[in-house]
Ligand binder design. Structure first.
Ligand SMILES: Cc1ncc(COP(=O)(O)O)c(C=O)c1O
Ligand SMILES: [Zn+2]
Length: 405
């Protein structure tokens, strides 16, 4: 059995039995999983974790699942020392957490592995999700592995390469004529009517927990150390809050020193409701209508925006928005310096990091981890127009004519 004991309302603290439920009946605030940390501290140590499998499931004691897990190999992705990029940006200790290298090429495999395991425990024979694209691929893949039926809903303007990467797993794939926020709204209505496990709606408290493993892994991979600065993308804001929770739990369990990490979130300027609120110095996130090439994180009405904002503020971090042009430059810079081809969300992170360093907010000596959460082949469209190979005849002369000796 897991060490999860209850769902607890983030606002009023009311507790609920572990069940498929995401909002408090009294104040409509999000619920989160609460654990018996005393028992976890007794059972879990650096040694027991190190002996675990080379996947996110080495942290099973800190995840809310009871029995066998639905595992297609998510997690324990490389943490790369990025000296070339660090030199370019003016950072002495820069690391890239390369979560492109998950089974369906984004960090979403972490959250889905937990949520679909819970779906099975709760007895759902069908799962579903509202997605900007990456989540849908991951849900479809895990559902295939678990022999569960899946319905996945994405906006109809999702990138064609992403759509292919979903369809291959043969889910019921539904494109919705509208934005992600429209998709989310219709899925919330469907969740009321159908007895399905909606990975990011009624199963959201469990889904959220998967992202904590990014915080755990980075700390373990740094030699049981929390970084000085974290730079991560935000859509709903959930991932950002859970990287922080992961670091915080490790410190609470004595696995790392007390955490003093500054948390910086990045968004595309065309969809930056959380950054807007940060810059305005308010705690209320006002919805926007997204318009950006960074479609995976184009969420106009972020469900966890308020909590992400609080993490940015309370950690002494910040929030930063970048233009679409800067997103593409960020993708190119990461690829050219470190050999990592990220999707647009990664471009947002690298461009945001550059701004934060240039403006003196992140300092040269600070150990900084940038989270790259999805792979480049998923959004090839945005760079297609920038590909200009040299074209030659199949002769030596032609080569020298075109490129010079
Ligand atoms: C590649 C990528 N990075 C980051 C995120 C942000 O996730 P969250 O909604 O938890 O903020 C998403 C969400 O879809 C994503 O697809
Ligand atoms: Zn409540």
């Amino acid at each position: 059995m897991s060490y999860a004991i209850a769902l607890r309302c983030r606002k009023c603290g009311r507790e609920y039995q572990l069940q498929p439920l995401n909002l408090c009946d009294f104040c409509f605030s999000p619920l989160e999983v609460n654990y018996d940390y005393k028992s976890i501290a007794k059972a879990s140590s650096r040694e027991t974790i190190t002996k675990g499998p080379p996947s996110m499931w080495r942290y099973k004691d800190l995840l809310p699942v009871d029995g066998d897990v639905v595992d297609i190999g998510a997690g324990f992705t490389p943490l790369v020392k990025a000296d070339n990029l660090g030199k370019e940006l003016g950072l002495d200790k820069l690391y890239i957490k390369n979560d492109c290298l998950n089974p369906t090429y984004s960090f979403k495999d972490r959250v889905v592995s937990v949520a679909i395991t819970k779906a099975r425990e709760f007895g759902f024979d069908t799962v579903a999700c509202a997605s900007t694209g990456n989540l849908a691929a991951s849900v479809a893949a895990h559902a295939a592995k678990a022999n569960i039926k899946s319905y996945v809903f994405v906006p109809s303007d999702v990138e064609p390469s992403k759509l292919t990467g979903i369809a291959i797993y043969n889910p019921v794939l539904v494109t919705v004529k509208g934005s992600y926020d429209d998709v989310n709204r219709v899925c919330s209505q469907l969740a009321q009517r159908y007895d399905w496990g909606f990975i990011n709606i009624n199963l959201r408290p469990y889904y959220a927990e998967g992202s904590k493993t990014l915080g755990y892994e980075v700390a373990e991979q740094l030699g049981w150390l929390a970084p000085d600065c974290v730079v991560a993308p935000a859509a709903s804001g959930l991932l950002f809050t859970r990287i922080w929770k992961g670091l915080d739990e490790f410190s609470m369990l004595g696995l790392v020193q007390p955490v003093n990490t500054h948390m910086y979130l990045t968004q595309a300027a065309g969809s930056s409701p959380i950054v807007n609120a940060f810059e305005a110095g308010i705690l209320q996130v006002h919805p926007v209508k997204p318009n950006t090439i960074a479609k995976s994180i184009a969420v106009g009405n972020p469900a966890d925006g308020y909590y992400a904002l609080r993490v940015a503020r309370q950690s002494g971090g910040g929030a930063c928005a970048v233009t679409d042009e800067e997103v593409v430059e960020g993708m190119e810079l990461l690829a050219e310096t470190e050999g990592i081809f990220a999707e647009t969300a990664g471009g947002v992170v690298i461009a945001g990091l550059r701004k934060l360093v240039t403006s003196g907010i992140i300092k040269r000596h600070e150990l900084t981890v940038a989270f790259i959460t999805g792979a480049g082949p998923k959004t090839q469209e945005v760079i297609a127009g920038r590909v200009h190979p040299f074209v030659i005849e199949p002769t030596l002369e032609s080569f020298e004519e075109v490129l010079g000796k």
